[in-house]
Design a protein around this ligand. Sequence first.
Ligand SMILES: Cc1ncc(COP(=O)(O)O)c(C=O)c1O
Length: 407
Amino acid sequence: MERAERDGRFDHLFTDTVRETLEDDAYGAWRSAAAEDAVPLGLGFPYPESFPNDELVEAAAAIFETEGDVALQYGGGEYADHLEEFVAERARERGIDCTEGELLLTNGATHAIDAICRTFLEPGERVVVEAPTFMGALSVFRNYGVEITGIDVDRDGLDVDALGAELESRRRRNEALPTLVYTIANFQNPTGTTLSGERRHALLDLASEYDFVILEDDAYGELRFDGEVLPTLSELDDEGRVIHVGTFSKTIAPGVRTGWVIGHEEIVREIRGVAAGGANTFTRGVLGRYCAEGHLDHAVPELRRAYERRRDHLLRCLEASMPDEVVWTEPDGGFFVWVELPSGIDTEELLPRAAEEGVVYLPGSMFYPGDRGGNGLRLSFSQAPPEEMERGIEALARTVRSALPAE
Ligand SMILES: Cc1ncc(COP(=O)(O)O)c(C=O)c1O
C-alpha cells in the first residue's frame, strides 16, 4: 500500500515532535508490489493458527450469559476483575510478588510504555535504550521529545559496562543523567539476545547509583525454549526501581491488546492516573474467563514448543544457505533472529531487491535511535509457515550474494 502524497496543509498546527517525524515511513521500504508474494520474515506477528479462536468465542458467549449487561458496562464484570488476579498470580509464579496496588492492567504493552513515559519524562530529558531496540518503543520515546542514548547489545544483552562508562562520563562532565533505562531482558526484540544474570545485577546497581528507573519490557518472557530461566529484573529489585511490563499479544493474540504494569505502589498509582483512554473491560472479561478455564496455562507450553521448532528450522535454513560472511544470533526464546551482513552492505537499500527475490525482512536501521544499523536486519520466525522459510532464506541468500563485493 503506497502512502498518499502529502500537501502539508496542517503542518503548522502539529507539535514540534510530530513535525520532526512527518517524512518518516517506518515500513515504507518493503511496501512494494513484489513484497505481496514474498515470504514474510519481517514482522513479529504470531502465526494465525496459534490464535485460540474457539476458546475466545466460548469465553465471550459465557460472559454474556453469566454477566449480562455488566460485561459491556464501564467497570466490567467479575471476569474482568478475575483477569487482574490471574495476572498477579502468574507473575508470582515467576517470582514477581505483587499486591493489588502494584499491578495495573493496560491496553497492551505499548500503552503501558506510553503511560510510563507520560509519568516520568519531560521533553529534553534522557532515556537509555538498547541499540538496537523495539521500534515501537522508540517511536513512543520520540513522541515525548526526549534525548535517546543507545547502548550496544552483545550476545549477553545490553552491554552494562558500556552503560556504566557512559553514566560515569556524563556525571564527570556534569551532564544530565537518564531518568529511565528501557530494556527487553528476555529474547530481545530485535536481536533475540538475553541479558545475563550477572548483568541483571549490575544494571540494578547502576540504577541505584545513578538514580534512574528501569522499564523492563518482558513481552517475550513466557516464551523460553531452552537455556536457564533467569530471574526478572523485577524479582531482583529491592529498591522498587523496576517497572515491569507484560502483554498477552504474544501468548494469546495481538488483537486482544491487553497488557500490564507491575511496579512500586507509588509509581503504579501515578501511572494509573495518567493512563488515558480507560479500560477495555469487555476484552478483559473475555480474557478473564479464557484464563479461568485454564486455556492459557495449557497454551503456553504448546506455543513454546511450536516457536522452538520454528526457530530451529529458521536457523537450519540460515546455516544451509547463507554465505560465510554473514553472522546471526541464536535466541533461547521469543520471535527474532538478528542477522549481520558484511559492513558496507545497506540492508535498507537491499530490501526492494530482496522483496523481488521473494523475502521480506526489517532493515536494522529501524531499530536504532540514531543513524546506525545499516548492515543488520531482523528476521522473525513467528509468522511465516515453516515450509516457506526455506524459500525465504534462499531468496535472502541470493540477495546477499548479489550484494557481496566480487572476489
Ligand atoms: C518488546 C516488545 N514490547 C511490546 C510489544 C507490543 O506489545 P503490545 O502488542 O502489547 O502493545 C512488542 C511487539 O511487537 C515487542 O516486541
